[in-house]
Design a binder for this molecule. Structure first.
Ligand SMILES: [Zn+2]
Length: 152
């Protein structure tokens, strides 16, 4: 299942990427080009815009909640999605590219020293070169997911 999100849903786009879903964040006003991209790539449009034009074959999910945690819960419930733990952190939060493992030697001098000294597993984005590790934000994600009861 692939998504394209309209520009008011930037935080939700990051969350869907954290959960491992292929998510395009469409940060522009040109709605006809949004619709063309959705149809071409078979992406579900997630939006809070009630005036999005309908088109044949288009799937639009209107997000009702304003708060991010409720939005995550809403989309998981509406589409009956169950994110798999092994899918999480498999995509770059910034650019949606699939992440790859990188050796500890390769991240030396590219991450803060305390991070280098306290972590063994690093992953990186081949597109934007951002480096990720299972640090505090990993724990925060799990905690938030428990709060939105994604597993129930
Ligand atoms: Zn990236």
């Amino acid at each position: 299942m692939k998504f394209i999100l309209t520009k008011e849903l930037g935080r939700l786009a990051k969350w869907l990427r954290i959960l491992g879903f292929d998510t395009v964040y469409y940060n522009q006003d040109n709605l006809s080009s949004l619709i063309i991209q959705a149809l071409r790539d078979e992406r579900i449009i997630l939006t809070r815009n009630q005036h999005l034009p309908q088109a044949r074959g288009l799937k639009i999910v209107l997000i009702k909640n304003e708060k991010i945690k409720k939005q995550v819960a809403e989309i998981l419930q509406t589409l009956k999605l169950k994110p798999e733990p092994e899918m999480m952190f498999s995509r770059c939060i910034l650019c949606n590219t699939e992440l790859v493992y990188i050796t500890k030697d390769e991240v030396k001098d590219k991450v803060p020293e305390y991070v280098f000294n306290t972590h063994e597993d690093f992953i990186t984005c081949p597109q934007c070169n951002r480096i990720y590790w299972r640090g505090t934000h990993w724990g925060n994600v799990r905690k938030t997911l428990e709060e939105v009861k994604w597993n129930s």
